[in-house]
Ligand binder design. Structure first.
Ligand code: FES
Length: 68
């Protein structure tokens, strides 16, 4: 079982928590300062892959459910 959880926040980013390694497209690791990061899901962040709060100003809406 993975020690990482990923939660799709309502109208917001993917919240990733746990011991992880986040790599760029070249395979280089981002320097993470803690075990929790918010990854942009709206496409509007100026600091991709991280969420910078733009989703709120842009009115991004998305609610996903693992249930039926
Ligand atoms: S989800 Fe927050 S800026 Fe995209």
């Amino acid at each position: 079982m993975s020690n990482v959880t990923i939660k799709a926040l309502k109208d917001g980013p993917l919240l990733v928590q746990g011991e992880m390694e986040l790599l760029d497209s070249e395979g280089n690791p981002f320097k993470l300062t803690n075990e929790s990061v918010a990854l942009c899901r709206c496409g509007g962040s100026s600091n991709k892959p991280f969420c910078d709060g733009t989703h709120s100003r842009a009115g991004f809406q998305s609610t996903v459910s693992a249930g039926e």
